[in-house]
Design a binder for this molecule. Structure first.
Ligand SMILES: Nc1ncnc2c1ncn2[C@@H]1O[C@H](COP(=O)(O)OP(=O)(O)OP(=O)(O)O)[C@@H](O)[C@H]1O
Ligand SMILES: [Mg+2]
Length: 388
């Protein structure tokens, strides 16, 4: 703590106290969040887990600077101290409140972009096996660029399902999935909370904060509450948007898809495609090369369905997508009737794979080869190919 100077307290008390601090090392401003531990073993556990958080490096997940445990004599208590990036622009709650005050709806395009950004962060942490446990608007921060990032992966993430003081906040509890009262958090419970955040963004013209919290609480018991809201929202927002809220806010844990499956949906892909630094993020996430890649298409390389499934399952892995598309190009080259198997869904997958890997020459050559064959066989017309 000697290397930081406290400048200002921005939020005090329950669940934690947040300060703006300045590093004596690089003179930058950071946020310091300080949370009291219920018992010392919590602190030790948090310390062990902290290493995982420090390894996180993603443009849509808040970066950590430092972490330490302190004992304060006056309070006779142990505190967890987390130093992270400081966001001058505030959080998503601030944006939502501004629209709520004006009783105005946030435009769908704006929501889609924010959703894409949050999904980028959520997918990243879930792929690393980390569960956030406390996704809500005040834990999603606005960068100077205007993009929103997933943050405060602090105490609740570090502490697992142990009870710390953070658990007591009403806003935190209200975004939590219904199953949390009887089973530990998992990625599907994070998705439910994300559904709550999305619904919050969609209803700024209908509810102020308190009223929204009340509805969010009620819908965990009574699905009709959500149905009524969605009916009203269907006049303002697209069917796909309504569909995704419905999916995320399914009361039954088993009815909610896991993250990797959810992001295959065309709508989520559209949202994620709006994220400005999409290509950049992808490149930093996909460090695998042909030699180090995790998955391989060893069997049934000549079966169109198997190859398409392989591409869908490994869509985030550039080297695998290149391998899959190359196998697909071979199939199309050797088998005149292969184009019959490449339906609209498969064409969407191929174009998504090409968009996602726009700088990969092998992906582009194989993808173009497959799509140009569809043109030859009349399954696609040339202008569609150019648009894809
Ligand atoms: N890194 C940060 N940069 C800027 N503001 C922050 C940062 N961390 C927290 N804040 C702000 O400080 C306030 C309090 O945050 P805090 O995390 O203590 O409460 P919370 O988000 O309501 O609850 P929880 O502890 O469950 O996350 C919020 O308005 C939040 O936006
Ligand atoms: Mg917070």
């Amino acid at each position: 703590m000697e290397s930081f100077e406290i400048l200002e307290c921005i939020s005090k008390g329950s669940p934690g106290t947040v300060y703006i601090v300045q590093s004596k090392e690089d003179q930058q401003k950071y946020a310091l969040k300080k949370v009291e531990c219920n018992d010392e073993s919590d602190a030790i556990n948090a310390f062990m887990e902290e290493m995982e958080l420090k390894k996180m490096d993603h443009p849509y997940v808040v970066g950590y600077k430092d972490f330490f445990i302190s004992y304060e004599k006056e309070a006779s208590s142990v505190f967890i101290n987390i130093i992270s990036q400081y966001f001058e622009q505030g959080d998503l709650r601030k944006l939502i409140t501004e629209y709520q005050e004006r009783k105005e709806a946030i435009p769908e395009d704006v929501i889609k972009k924010i959703l894409g950004e949050i999904f980028e962060g959520v997918v990243y942490i879930h792929e690393k096996g980390i569960i956030h446990r406390n996704i809500k608007p005040s834990n999603i921060f606005k960068k100077d660029s205007g993009a929103f990032v997933l943050g405060d992966l602090g105490v609740s993430t570090l502490m697992g399902d142990m009870r710390t003081n953070t658990r007591q906040t009403y806003s935190g509890v209200v975004y939590m999935a219904p199953e949390i009262s009887y089973q530990p958090h998992d990625e599907k419970s994070d998705l439910y909370s994300l559904g709550g955040v999305l619904l919050n963004m969609l209803t700024t013209h209908l509810f102020k904060e308190e009223e929204f919290y009340k509805k969010l609480g009620e819908m965990k018991e009574d699905p009709e509450v959500l149905n009524e809201i969605l009916e009203e929202l269907s006049e303002k927002f697209s069917k796909s948007m309504i569909g995704i809220v419905q999916t995320l806010l399914r009361i039954k844990h088993s009815a909610r898809p896991p993250t990797f499956q959810l992001i295959k949906s065309g709508f989520i892909q559209e949202c994620m495609a709006q994220v400005d630094s999409k290509q950049l993020d992808k490149r930093s996430r996909q460090k695998e090369t042909g030699a180090t890649k995790k998955y391989s298409l060893t069997d049934n390389k000549s079966d169109t369905q198997t190859v398409l499934e392989y591409i869908a399952d490994t869509i985030d892995h550039e080297a695998c997508v290149a391998e899959g598309l190359s196998a697909l190009a071979d199939i199309v080259r050797d088998n005149e009737s292969a184009h019959m198997m490449i339906d609209q869904k498969a064409r969407n997958l191929i174009s998504l794979a090409m968009w996602d890997n726009i700088f990969n020459k092998d992906v582009q050559i194989s993808g173009c080869y497959v799509l140009s064959n569809l043109v030859v066989f009349g399954k696609l017309n040339c202008s569609v190919l150019i648009l894809m």
